[in-house]
Design a protein around this ligand. Structure first.
Ligand code: HPA
Length: 274
Protein backbone atom coordinates (compact mmCIF):
# COMPACT_ATOMS: atom_id res chain seq x y z
CA UNK A 1 0.00 0.00 0.00
CA UNK A 2 1.23 3.33 -1.02
CA UNK A 3 2.68 5.43 1.76
CA UNK A 4 1.51 8.74 0.31
CA UNK A 5 -2.10 7.56 0.52
CA UNK A 6 -1.65 6.43 4.14
CA UNK A 7 -0.04 9.72 5.08
CA UNK A 8 -2.71 11.73 3.29
CA UNK A 9 -5.51 9.98 5.20
CA UNK A 10 -3.58 10.24 8.48
CA UNK A 11 -2.93 13.97 8.00
CA UNK A 12 -6.60 14.62 7.32
CA UNK A 13 -7.58 12.76 10.51
CA UNK A 14 -4.86 14.38 12.63
CA UNK A 15 -6.40 17.75 11.82
CA UNK A 16 -9.66 16.62 13.44
CA UNK A 17 -8.32 14.58 16.35
CA UNK A 18 -7.11 16.56 19.37
CA UNK A 19 -4.55 13.89 20.39
CA UNK A 20 -3.18 10.66 18.95
CA UNK A 21 -5.31 7.55 19.64
CA UNK A 22 -3.61 4.66 21.42
CA UNK A 23 -6.15 1.86 20.93
CA UNK A 24 -7.76 0.95 17.60
CA UNK A 25 -11.03 -0.96 17.38
CA UNK A 26 -12.52 -2.79 14.42
CA UNK A 27 -16.16 -3.58 15.13
CA UNK A 28 -17.81 -6.48 13.36
CA UNK A 29 -21.39 -7.17 12.24
CA UNK A 30 -23.87 -6.05 14.88
CA UNK A 31 -21.08 -4.97 17.24
CA UNK A 32 -20.72 -1.39 16.02
CA UNK A 33 -22.78 -0.13 18.97
CA UNK A 34 -19.61 -0.03 21.02
CA UNK A 35 -18.60 3.08 19.06
CA UNK A 36 -21.76 4.81 20.29
CA UNK A 37 -20.30 4.69 23.80
CA UNK A 38 -17.26 6.75 22.86
CA UNK A 39 -17.27 10.14 24.59
CA UNK A 40 -16.19 13.49 23.16
CA UNK A 41 -16.66 11.68 19.90
CA UNK A 42 -15.41 12.86 16.54
CA UNK A 43 -17.30 10.88 13.89
CA UNK A 44 -16.01 10.85 10.35
CA UNK A 45 -17.80 8.95 7.56
CA UNK A 46 -15.36 6.90 5.49
CA UNK A 47 -16.30 8.77 2.32
CA UNK A 48 -14.92 11.99 3.80
CA UNK A 49 -11.49 10.51 4.47
CA UNK A 50 -9.08 10.84 1.55
CA UNK A 51 -8.08 7.47 0.02
CA UNK A 52 -10.49 5.48 2.23
CA UNK A 53 -12.66 2.79 0.64
CA UNK A 54 -16.41 3.13 1.23
CA UNK A 55 -18.50 0.46 3.01
CA UNK A 56 -21.55 -1.07 1.35
CA UNK A 57 -22.81 -4.05 3.37
CA UNK A 58 -26.01 -3.71 5.44
CA UNK A 59 -25.51 -3.42 9.17
CA UNK A 60 -22.27 -1.48 8.75
CA UNK A 61 -22.42 2.26 9.36
CA UNK A 62 -19.10 3.04 7.72
CA UNK A 63 -17.40 5.68 9.81
CA UNK A 64 -14.46 6.25 12.11
CA UNK A 65 -15.34 7.23 15.65
CA UNK A 66 -12.57 8.83 17.68
CA UNK A 67 -12.71 9.81 21.34
CA UNK A 68 -12.49 8.66 24.95
CA UNK A 69 -13.55 5.23 26.13
CA UNK A 70 -12.90 3.99 29.66
CA UNK A 71 -9.96 6.33 30.13
CA UNK A 72 -8.28 5.57 26.81
CA UNK A 73 -8.08 7.56 23.60
CA UNK A 74 -9.46 5.25 20.93
CA UNK A 75 -10.35 5.23 17.27
CA UNK A 76 -13.00 2.76 16.14
CA UNK A 77 -14.06 1.52 12.75
CA UNK A 78 -17.82 1.30 12.89
CA UNK A 79 -18.19 -1.02 9.92
CA UNK A 80 -15.37 -2.82 8.16
CA UNK A 81 -14.57 -3.84 4.60
CA UNK A 82 -14.87 -7.47 3.52
CA UNK A 83 -13.14 -9.40 0.77
CA UNK A 84 -16.50 -10.78 -0.39
CA UNK A 85 -17.70 -7.24 -1.11
CA UNK A 86 -15.11 -7.08 -3.86
CA UNK A 87 -12.52 -4.90 -2.19
CA UNK A 88 -8.85 -5.67 -2.62
CA UNK A 89 -7.02 -6.70 0.53
CA UNK A 90 -4.94 -3.52 0.44
CA UNK A 91 -8.21 -1.55 0.62
CA UNK A 92 -9.57 -3.74 3.42
CA UNK A 93 -6.44 -3.24 5.48
CA UNK A 94 -5.84 0.43 4.61
CA UNK A 95 -7.55 1.67 7.80
CA UNK A 96 -5.12 -0.45 9.87
CA UNK A 97 -2.19 1.27 8.16
CA UNK A 98 -3.79 4.64 8.87
CA UNK A 99 -4.36 3.71 12.53
CA UNK A 100 -0.69 2.82 12.81
CA UNK A 101 0.28 6.16 11.25
CA UNK A 102 -1.95 7.91 13.80
CA UNK A 103 -0.08 6.27 16.67
CA UNK A 104 -2.27 3.26 17.52
CA UNK A 105 -0.29 0.66 19.49
CA UNK A 106 -2.96 -1.92 20.27
CA UNK A 107 -5.70 -3.14 17.95
CA UNK A 108 -8.88 -4.87 19.15
CA UNK A 109 -10.64 -6.73 16.34
CA UNK A 110 -14.12 -8.17 16.71
CA UNK A 111 -16.38 -10.23 14.52
CA UNK A 112 -19.41 -12.47 14.37
CA UNK A 113 -18.39 -16.06 13.65
CA UNK A 114 -19.89 -19.51 13.27
CA UNK A 115 -19.11 -22.01 16.03
CA UNK A 116 -17.18 -25.02 14.75
CA UNK A 117 -16.19 -26.41 18.14
CA UNK A 118 -19.19 -28.46 19.26
CA UNK A 119 -18.70 -27.36 22.86
CA UNK A 120 -19.57 -23.80 21.82
CA UNK A 121 -23.05 -22.31 21.86
CA UNK A 122 -24.53 -19.40 19.95
CA UNK A 123 -23.99 -16.33 22.09
CA UNK A 124 -20.57 -17.41 23.38
CA UNK A 125 -17.73 -14.92 23.25
CA UNK A 126 -14.40 -16.36 22.07
CA UNK A 127 -10.99 -14.82 22.64
CA UNK A 128 -9.06 -15.54 19.44
CA UNK A 129 -5.95 -17.53 20.34
CA UNK A 130 -4.72 -17.90 16.76
CA UNK A 131 -6.01 -17.95 13.21
CA UNK A 132 -5.89 -19.97 10.03
CA UNK A 133 -5.93 -17.95 6.84
CA UNK A 134 -8.12 -19.99 4.50
CA UNK A 135 -8.98 -17.03 2.27
CA UNK A 136 -6.45 -18.08 -0.34
CA UNK A 137 -4.89 -14.61 -0.39
CA UNK A 138 -2.59 -12.55 1.82
CA UNK A 139 -2.73 -8.76 2.20
CA UNK A 140 1.07 -8.50 2.07
CA UNK A 141 1.40 -9.97 -1.43
CA UNK A 142 3.21 -7.49 -3.66
CA UNK A 143 6.26 -5.29 -3.22
CA UNK A 144 7.17 -4.79 0.44
CA UNK A 145 7.82 -1.33 1.83
CA UNK A 146 10.42 -1.88 4.58
CA UNK A 147 9.24 1.30 6.28
CA UNK A 148 5.89 -0.38 6.91
CA UNK A 149 7.27 -3.74 8.02
CA UNK A 150 9.49 -6.69 7.15
CA UNK A 151 9.06 -8.85 4.06
CA UNK A 152 8.36 -12.05 6.01
CA UNK A 153 6.60 -11.04 9.23
CA UNK A 154 6.49 -13.51 12.11
CA UNK A 155 2.99 -14.73 13.01
CA UNK A 156 3.97 -16.86 16.02
CA UNK A 157 2.05 -14.56 18.35
CA UNK A 158 -0.43 -12.91 16.04
CA UNK A 159 -2.79 -12.51 19.00
CA UNK A 160 -0.92 -11.03 21.93
CA UNK A 161 -0.40 -13.39 24.84
CA UNK A 162 -0.46 -10.39 27.19
CA UNK A 163 -3.76 -9.06 25.87
CA UNK A 164 -5.35 -12.53 25.86
CA UNK A 165 -4.42 -12.98 29.52
CA UNK A 166 -5.71 -9.50 30.30
CA UNK A 167 -9.00 -10.23 28.49
CA UNK A 168 -9.51 -13.52 30.34
CA UNK A 169 -8.73 -11.83 33.65
CA UNK A 170 -11.27 -9.06 32.96
CA UNK A 171 -13.89 -11.62 31.82
CA UNK A 172 -13.47 -13.49 35.08
CA UNK A 173 -13.77 -10.34 37.15
CA UNK A 174 -16.95 -9.39 35.30
CA UNK A 175 -18.26 -12.95 35.53
CA UNK A 176 -18.62 -13.17 31.74
CA UNK A 177 -17.90 -16.68 30.44
CA UNK A 178 -15.43 -16.71 27.53
CA UNK A 179 -14.12 -19.42 25.25
CA UNK A 180 -10.74 -19.33 23.58
CA UNK A 181 -9.96 -20.78 20.19
CA UNK A 182 -8.72 -20.67 16.63
CA UNK A 183 -10.54 -18.48 14.09
CA UNK A 184 -10.57 -19.67 10.49
CA UNK A 185 -11.23 -17.07 7.79
CA UNK A 186 -12.87 -18.01 4.51
CA UNK A 187 -13.59 -15.57 1.72
CA UNK A 188 -17.38 -15.99 1.84
CA UNK A 189 -19.95 -14.76 1.01
CA UNK A 190 -21.54 -18.22 0.85
CA UNK A 191 -21.55 -19.92 4.21
CA UNK A 192 -19.57 -23.14 4.40
CA UNK A 193 -20.86 -26.59 3.52
CA UNK A 194 -21.05 -29.22 6.28
CA UNK A 195 -18.05 -30.95 4.65
CA UNK A 196 -16.05 -27.73 4.79
CA UNK A 197 -16.93 -27.36 8.46
CA UNK A 198 -15.70 -30.93 9.14
CA UNK A 199 -12.46 -30.00 7.37
CA UNK A 200 -12.13 -26.80 9.39
CA UNK A 201 -12.62 -28.77 12.61
CA UNK A 202 -10.06 -31.35 11.47
CA UNK A 203 -7.43 -28.68 10.81
CA UNK A 204 -7.94 -27.16 14.25
CA UNK A 205 -10.54 -24.46 13.79
CA UNK A 206 -12.96 -23.53 16.56
CA UNK A 207 -14.82 -20.70 14.81
CA UNK A 208 -15.27 -19.62 11.22
CA UNK A 209 -15.87 -16.25 9.61
CA UNK A 210 -15.23 -14.00 6.64
CA UNK A 211 -13.09 -11.20 8.07
CA UNK A 212 -10.41 -10.20 10.58
CA UNK A 213 -7.43 -12.19 9.28
CA UNK A 214 -6.32 -9.62 6.65
CA UNK A 215 -6.46 -6.79 9.21
CA UNK A 216 -4.54 -8.84 11.78
CA UNK A 217 -1.81 -9.79 9.31
CA UNK A 218 -1.30 -6.13 8.43
CA UNK A 219 -1.43 -5.06 12.09
CA UNK A 220 1.31 -7.57 12.89
CA UNK A 221 3.33 -6.46 9.88
CA UNK A 222 3.06 -2.97 11.41
CA UNK A 223 4.05 -4.36 14.82
CA UNK A 224 0.82 -3.54 16.56
CA UNK A 225 -0.34 -5.71 19.44
CA UNK A 226 -3.61 -7.49 18.60
CA UNK A 227 -6.56 -8.77 20.60
CA UNK A 228 -9.36 -10.59 18.77
CA UNK A 229 -12.84 -11.39 20.05
CA UNK A 230 -15.44 -13.41 18.15
CA UNK A 231 -19.11 -13.45 18.97
CA UNK A 232 -20.32 -16.96 18.16
CA UNK A 233 -23.51 -15.99 16.39
CA UNK A 234 -24.57 -19.43 15.15
CA UNK A 235 -23.35 -22.98 15.02
CA UNK A 236 -21.53 -23.57 11.72
CA UNK A 237 -23.19 -25.49 8.88
CA UNK A 238 -24.16 -29.11 9.48
CA UNK A 239 -23.88 -29.04 13.28
CA UNK A 240 -27.57 -28.36 13.83
CA UNK A 241 -30.28 -29.61 11.53
CA UNK A 242 -31.14 -26.14 10.24
CA UNK A 243 -30.01 -23.72 7.54
CA UNK A 244 -27.85 -20.67 8.36
CA UNK A 245 -29.19 -17.18 7.91
CA UNK A 246 -27.74 -13.71 8.28
CA UNK A 247 -30.81 -12.92 10.42
CA UNK A 248 -29.69 -15.48 13.00
CA UNK A 249 -26.24 -13.87 13.06
CA UNK A 250 -27.79 -10.45 13.71
CA UNK A 251 -30.28 -11.78 16.31
CA UNK A 252 -27.57 -13.49 18.34
CA UNK A 253 -25.18 -10.54 18.30
CA UNK A 254 -28.12 -8.38 19.41
CA UNK A 255 -28.72 -10.76 22.33
CA UNK A 256 -25.11 -10.81 23.57
CA UNK A 257 -24.38 -7.17 22.85
CA UNK A 258 -24.64 -6.15 26.52
CA UNK A 259 -22.02 -8.68 27.64
CA UNK A 260 -19.85 -7.93 24.63
CA UNK A 261 -19.91 -4.22 25.46
CA UNK A 262 -19.14 -4.85 29.14
CA UNK A 263 -16.25 -7.13 28.26
CA UNK A 264 -14.60 -4.86 25.70
CA UNK A 265 -15.06 -1.77 27.88
CA UNK A 266 -13.60 -3.66 30.85
CA UNK A 267 -10.63 -4.71 28.73
CA UNK A 268 -10.02 -1.14 27.55
CA UNK A 269 -10.26 0.17 31.12
CA UNK A 270 -7.63 -2.37 32.18
CA UNK A 271 -5.42 -1.57 29.17
CA UNK A 272 -5.67 2.15 29.98
CA UNK A 273 -4.17 1.47 33.43
CA UNK A 274 -1.06 -0.19 31.95
N1 HPA B 1 -19.64 -18.94 8.65
C1 HPA B 1 -18.92 -17.92 8.14
N2 HPA B 1 -19.03 -16.68 8.58
C2 HPA B 1 -19.89 -16.44 9.57
C3 HPA B 1 -20.66 -17.45 10.15
C4 HPA B 1 -20.54 -18.78 9.66
O1 HPA B 1 -21.19 -19.73 10.12
N3 HPA B 1 -21.41 -16.86 11.13
C5 HPA B 1 -21.08 -15.54 11.12
N4 HPA B 1 -20.16 -15.28 10.19
Amino acid sequence: MNKQAIEKAARYLQEQFPAPPRIGLILGSGLGVLADEIEQAVKIPYEQIPEFPVSTVEGHAGRLVYGQLEGATVVAMQGRFHYYEGYRLDQITFPVRVMKALGVKELIVTNAAGGVNERFQPGDLMIIADHINNMGVNPLIGPNDPELGVRFPDMTEAYSRRLRALAKHVAKQLDIPVQEGVYVANSGPSYETPAEIRMIRAIGGDAVGMSTVPEVIVARHAQMEVLGISCISNMAAGILDQPLTHDEVIETTERVKANFLRLVKGIIAEMAKQ
